[in-house]
Design a binder for this molecule. Structure first.
Ligand code: T46
Length: 138
């Protein structure tokens, strides 16, 4: 299983005069089968979410409406993505620390996840995350 890795995944768009339609199929557009979908909404613009990494979970994060920033950190390098296109999601593998900020008014974040919710899958302590992440080669 891939670890310490992020990339933008671009989904198909069907456009006609009625508007746009985008679809996603687990295992086809994403490198995993979707076991869980959750979404964040009514988010105060100064909210900070995330602040954790996952032991096994892989996810793809979308801004369905509005925009926000995600800083991802593999234990060696940090990179900031700004999500604002509902067709472009950020794939986040296991062992990536993420911090979400700069939510626009009315932003809606949808996440497609490879596993059911399990609190035991989280690293919520940055030091603990670093000690595991830095066992991987750069
Ligand atoms: C992530 C970012 C993008 C559940 O009961 N079920 C769920 O599926 C989730 C995601 C959360 N929860 C509970 C656990 C906490 O008591 O909801 C509460 C808030 O969760 P958390 O503080 O982890 O929320 P975020 O927005 O900081 O992080 C979430 C995901 O947990 C995380 O995997 O990558 O969204």
């Amino acid at each position: 299983m891939t670890s310490g890795y992020c990339k933008i995944i671009e989904l198909p768009k069907i456009h006609d005069t009625r508007g746009d339609l985008t679809f996603v199929e687990g295992g086809v557009h994403l490198p995993f089968d979707i076991r869980r979908v959750y979404y964040l909404y009514n988010i105060p613009v100064d909210s900070e979410r995330g602040g954790h990494a996952h032991k096994e979970l892989e996810q793809v994060v979308f801004a369905l409406s509005g925009s926000f920033r995600i800083q991802v950190d593999d234990g060696y390098q940090k990179k900031i993505y700004e999500l604002r296109d509902p067709r472009k999601g950020l794939y986040i593998s296991r062992l990536i620390w993420r911090e979400m900020t700069d939510f626009s008014q009315g932003a809606v974040c949808m996440v497609l996840a490879s596993h059911y919710y399990d609190e035991a899958d989280y690293y919520r302590d940055y030091g603990e995350f670093l000690s595991v992440a830095r066992k991987r080669p750069k």
